[in-house]
Design a protein around this ligand. Structure first.
Ligand code: ZN
Ligand code: ZN
Length: 213
C-alpha cells in the first residue's frame, strides 16, 4: 500500500481498535525484545489482530530474518532514537520501504546499535533527517510515547516537529505498563495537540517481552 492508502487506514482506526485488535508498536529480539519474529507472527495470528507493526529500534532486520513481510496484516515499521531539545525521543516510521537506501543510511550497523541502551545513547539521530528519510522511503513519521518527554510546553515541542514534517503522534499507549518511563504529560494533552495540528493518532503496546501485551 502507498502512503496515502496507509494514511486513510490509520485515520480510520480509533481507541477501541488499539485496545482490541491493532498493535502498531512491537519489538522483537532483533532489537531489545524477547520474541523472535516467527514467534510474533504466531501470536499475531492467534490474537487475530487486524493490523500490526514490528518497530524495532534502528533496525529492519526482523523483515529480513523471517517471512513477516508476507503477512497481509503487517504495516512495516521502525523506531529511531533521536536527540531533540535535550530529550531522547523516539520517532516511528510506518509503511516504509525497508530497502530504501536513504532510510538504510539511518539503520544501526550492528546488533548493539539496536539493543544496548548505552550504545544507542551515543548514536542518536537528527529528528529532521529521520522524518525526511522516513518520507523518502514512502512512510509516515510518528512521534512515539510523547508523554515521556521533558518539556514545559509539549505543544511547542510537537509543533516544531510538525514543521519538520511529522505526520502523527502515538496517543493510545499504556504508560503504566512500562515502569522505566517517567510520565510528564497527560493523554488528554496529547490528544488536544494531535487535533490542533491534524496529526494521525496511532497506538501500540510497545511489547518487549515473550508475549504481546
Ligand atoms: Zn520508544
Ligand atoms: Zn518501542
Amino acid at each position: 500500500m502507498n502512503r496515502e492508502e496507509l494514511k486513510k487506514i490509520l485515520q480510520s482506526l480509533n481507541e477501541e481498535d488499539y485496545k482490541n485488535n491493532v498493535d502498531l508498536h512491537i519489538h522483537t529480539n532483533e532489537s531489545d525484545g524477547k520474541m523472535t519474529p516467527a514467534e510474533l507472527i504466531k501470536q499475531v495470528n492467534t490474537r487475530a489482530l487486524s493490523f500490526f507493526s514490528v518497530t524495532d529500534h534502528n533496525t529492519a532486520n526482523a523483515y529480513y530474518s523471517s517471512n513477516i513481510l508476507k503477512e497481509d496484516t503487517l504495516i512495516t515499521g521502525i523506531e529511531f532514537d533521536c536527540l531533540y531539545k535535550a530529550n531522547v525521543i523516539h520517532i516511528l516510521g510506518y509503511g516504509i520501504d525497508t530497502d530504501n537506501e536513504d532510510l538504510k543510511s539511518l539503520y544501526s550497523k550492528n546488533k548493539i546499535g539496536s539493543s544496548l541502551l548505552i550504545y544507542r545513547m551515543l548514536t542518536l539521530r537528527n529528528p529532521e533527517e529521520v522524518i525526511e528519510k522516513i518520507k523518502l522511503a514512502g512512510g509516515i513519521a510518528v512521534l512515539a510515547h510523547p508523554c515521556c518527554y521533558w518539556t514545559l510546553s509539549l505543544d511547542e515541542f510537537v509543533r516544531d516537529l510538525v514543521e519538520m514534517g511529522l505526520d502523527g503522534i502515538e496517543v493510545y499507549y499504556k504508560y503504566k505498563r512500562l515502569r522505566k518511563f517517567v510520565k510528564f504529560h497527560k493523554k488528554t494533552t496529547v490528544e488536544k495537540i494531535a487535533d490542533k495540528y491534524h496529526l494521525i493518532k496511532t497506538g501500540g503496546t510497545d511489547s518487549h517481552g515473550k508475549k504481546l501485551l
